[in-house]
Design a protein around this ligand. Structure first.
Ligand code: SF4
Ligand code: SF4
Length: 143
């Protein structure tokens, strides 16, 4: 399954609605992270999500945005029921490939997927070990 989907992580946990992921956002368009405000202005015509964002800073990765739909008092999304798909699917593993990370207290965790062949190998080794123990016990009994 991991190979077909080309996924390296699977998501566990649950959103605690802290709103942190709506305040430190990078925008990746195709293969690069947006660095320039003029470039970002053009993107605003492409997707409604971009129209929600406001630049709050810049670092080595790119421009940092916060979403204007986040209620600063309650830390809840003001358009929760109609929020865009990108917010519904968050967090996805693409987050890591562009240098992002989950906040320490995020309710979600991204766990690495162990390839099926590795699981099979471990299980086979375990069975072999169990088999030797059984054999050893039998020998002990005989003596
Ligand atoms: S940081 Fe994590 S727990 Fe907080 S709102 Fe975002 S997804 Fe939910
Ligand atoms: S639309 Fe709502 S969930 Fe999406 S980034 Fe903005 S505040 Fe967060």
């Amino acid at each position: 399954m991991a190979k077909i989907l080309r996924r390296k992580y699977y998501r566990t946990g649950k959103c605690k609605a802290c709103g942190k992921c709506c305040t430190q956002i990078y925008v990746k368009h195709y293969k690069h992270v947006i660095q320039d405000e003029k470039e970002f202005e053009k993107l605003q015509y492409l997707h409604r999500f971009y129209t929600y964002l406001k630049v709050i800073g810049k670092d080595d990765i790119g421009l940092i945005f916060e979403c204007q739909n986040l209620d600063p008092e309650t830390h809840k999304c003001k358009i929760h029921k109609t929020r865009p798909g990108i917010c519904r699917r968050y967090p996805q593993e693409e987050l890591f490939s562009m240098g992002g990370a989950l906040s320490d207290d995020c309710g979600y965790k991204m766990e690495p997927i162990i390839p099926f062949c590795e699981v099979l190998e471990k299980t086979a080794k375990k069975s072999l070990n169990n088999f030797s123990i059984i054999k050893f016990n039998n020998i002990k009994k005989i003596f």
